[in-house]
Design a protein around this ligand. Sequence first.
Ligand code: HEC
Ligand code: HEC
Length: 317
Amino acid sequence: MTRLHKVIIVLCCMILSSCTNPDNEKPIDNNKLNQSLSKGFQLLEQNCFSCHNPNALGETKVAPTIAAVKKQYMEGKVSENEFTKQLIIFMNSPSEAASKMKEAIKKFGLMPKMNLSDEQIENIAKYLYNNNIENPDWFSKYYALEKTKHGTFPKGLTPVEQGLQFALQTKAVLGRNLLNAINTKETENALEFCSLKAIELTDSMSLALNVKIKRVSDKNRNLSNAANEEELKYIIAAKDLLSKNQKLIPRITEINGRWVAYYPILIDRMCLQCHGQKNADIKPKTLNMIKKHYPNDKAFGYKENDIRGIWVVDMKK
Ligand code: HEC
Ligand code: HEC
């Protein structure tokens, strides 16, 4: 046999073996895994990194780094299932009782609730568990690559899902500003930080869809955040559903060739210091400031899980 023959035989074997690969299922599984990792990364990017610095060596102004959170949840070499379960428990109702990081609560205050589905939290858990995000080098070496590989906005969403992503993204930035202001100043000086004025989404997706976001309420604090007739109808219907313990559903309508979507905003514990009971949850000093800036304020007297208002997300079709 000549050398060429040998090479040809080896090549044929390689081609044949790859065609008859008994592991035919594998590429499909990998696909699923990759999709899940991509979703996990995108969710972290949009909803978590604004507070949890992805750089393990970076600063922790409003919350521990994501590396520190992962380390704490990995304590005792937990399995992926256990890791996921623990994450779901905390995310579904952040509380001191469910916390593994009580020192962080003392330092930064309790995390506001993020309203993600269990499936979304599972994707986040999968990404965190299977990536070396706790490595001090991860940020400088991989973060930019991961953004290119996974993208930063999920693909193939319906308009109503898309709008929700934008609302949650805004909520994460707003939450960071609020926590930052409350932790570094007194609450009464933090008032301006519950305003959306300074928040603009600048990722390519929101720019492409020319997204406009506002929050309105039936009991508004700022005069310009009063709900209009259509929005009020939705808020009243949502309150009715909530009182019957039924699931709240977002609404989307087409107005002048654009999608306009409504999503409920619920009160969590962190909101009470400015929207709760006067003189019980809201400190007198804060109350005085609110009265001074918003003489027609109606946005108080709330309890946890009450409907505070709605997000109105307006997007190009
Ligand atoms: C508005 C800021 C903010 C955003 C956004 C945020 N977090 Fe947090 N998170 C915090 C703060 C503050 C703490 C520390 C206090 C605490 O543990 O509640 C924390 C703690 C945690 C903890 C540890 C909880 C414990 O005490 O055991 C986990 C897990 C966590 N965050 C996951 C996430 C995930 C996942 C996301 C994105 C979906 C996210 N966080 C988004 C502020 C935020
Ligand atoms: C530090 C005080 C403070 C905290 C904490 C706070 N808010 Fe506010 N909130 C305000 C102020 C002040 C305004 C008026 C902002 C403006 O002028 O646009 C406001 C406005 C709003 C609005 C717009 C409608 C309106 O009444 O003008 C919504 C919705 C809202 N807050 C929801 C929340 C939720 C939900 C939380 C908790 C996650 C929260 N706020 C936490 C002070 C606060």
